[in-house]
Design a protein around this ligand. Structure first.
Ligand SMILES: Cc1ncc(COP(=O)(O)O)c(C=O)c1O
Length: 412
């Protein structure tokens, strides 16, 4: 199909899939857009424009819904209506209280009442809202140092660095650890912050299949045997990047095997525990506790305070010598404002609750509760899926005689 025909077809499509008031504008925009042959990046990328036009816009009312309450077990969702097919929304003034299955608030510490909220307010009164400086300049205080000490103690490492944003913790720490001549082996489903950090480091990146230890061993073996491209010099460092619980899939890392491989091939491990710290293991110490792996076997323990701690920010923890050096190198500690004091109050109090230093068994009870809830949820999803499969299989059997299609096709 020539580009002109393709162009014409797409304009025709715009006319059939949009409300009248958008059509003229979109057509104009489309006609103005240079075709790829003119050497510009296309204004409309096929899939994105297909998704936005045909799916997202039609379902938009279920996304980005304004919330007018704390993100607890239940949330108040603000009611909106649209009179132009979800292009614009107007609020009606009504709110609906609904069960919250979407927030990170795993242990319920992101609340506006209770110990954590009180501690955050105390910190606000004592230290103010902002630290007003990077950690390596004036952005620290006694509470901040206590926070770093508690985090290191909790994850079982000598020292920890606390950073104002979880995403930046990964994206600015990895480039401080790795550079040209180093190799990063990264799980295929790693979070964007790990991917960005790896790319910014300048190290060579190889992606292994998600949680697939045979593939990881294959890459490790090849890296050790072949060394760097062309020169075949040994890699300066090999770092395995993985997560504790993968955020989108909920898969748990095969940590014992990763530790075995890292020892065998003399590599290092960087473990992102954003979703597992505080929530996994009997006392919430994450995947190391869950698998019975010693934290000594993990070189860099990373985590965020946005999930189980109901706060903001992230940490990296490891040997003191390494942390002392990293502190001087990570861009987030040098060039970005450190964590805000009320957030430090939230982190310290939730950490103490999880650890049982305050609040009696409240922390452990919450950890047990989230584990029970997770099992219950998974069980129901699975049994529901099996039920659906049985239904679709029955449907298949009843169809297959008439339409002669293979049963697998329908079960899919
Ligand atoms: C695995 C992982 N690492 C890092 C981050 C970034 O953390 P934050 O949202 O605290 O910036 C996330 C965010 O969800 C994550 O899932």
């Amino acid at each position: 199909m020539s580009q002109t025909t393709q162009h014409a077809k797409q304009i025709l499509h715009l006319h059939t899939s949009h409300p009248p008031e958008r059509k003229e504008f979109l057509t104009l925009l489309y006609l103005m857009a240079p075709t790829p042959s003119q050497g510009f990046v296309p204004l409309f990328v096929d899939f994105e424009s297909f998704y936005t036009r045909n799916l997202y816009r039609r379902l938009r009312d279920v996304f980005n819904r304004p919330i007018s309450s704390v993100p607890g077990g239940y949330v108040d969702v603000v009611e909106r209506v649209s009179s132009d097919y979800n292009w614009h929304f107007q609020t009606t003034g009504e709110v609906h209280r609904v069960m919250n299955l979407g927030s990170y608030n795993y242990l319920g510490f992101a609340n506006n009442t209770g110990v954590c909220a009180e501690e955050a307010v105390d910190h606000l009164h004592k230290y103010g809202v902002a630290s007003a400086s990077p950690a390596m300049e004036l952005g620290t205080n006694d509470a901040f140092f206590e926070c770093e000490r508690l985090v290191a103690e909790f994850v079982g490492k000598e020292s920890a660095i606390v950073i104002g944003m979880g995403f930046a913790t990964n994206s600015t720490t990895i480039p401080s650890l790795m550079d040209k001549g180093c190799l990063i082996l990264s799980d295929a489903l790693n979070h964007a912050s790990l991917v960005l950090g790896a790319r910014m480091s300048g190290a060579k990146i190889q992606v292994f299949k998600h949680n697939n230890m045979e593939n990881l061993e294959f890459l490790l073996k090849r890296a050790v045997v072949d060394g760097q491209p062309r020169t075949h010099r040994p890699w300066k460092k090999i770092l395995i990047l993985c997560e504790g619980i993968y955020s989108m899939e909920g898969a748990i890392v095969n940590l014992r095997e990763i530790v075995r491989l890292k020892k065998k091939y003399k590599a290092y491990v960087y473990l992102d525990e954003a979703h597992s710290i505080g929530a996994m293991g009997r006392t919430g110490r994450g995947v190391c506790e869950y698998w019975g792996v010693s934290p000594d076997d993990i070189d860099i323990m990373m985590g965020t305070f946005t999930k189980s701690f109901g706060a903001a920010g992230g940490y990296v923890a490891g040997d003191k010598v390494l942390m002392d050096e990293l502190r001087l190198k990570i861009h987030s500690t040098m060039y970005a404002t450190s964590v805000s004091p009320p957030i430090v109050g939230q982190i310290v109090s939730s950490l103490k609750l999880i650890d049982g230093q305050i609040g009696g068994t409240q922390g452990v009870d919450k950890i047990k509760q989230i584990q029970d809830n997770t099992r219950y949820f998974r069980q129901k999803v699975w049994s529901n899926q099996e039920h659906q499969h049985t239904l679709s299989f029955k449907h298949t059997l009843s169809c297959s005689s008439s339409c002669q299609a293979s049963p697998e096709r329908f079960v899919e």
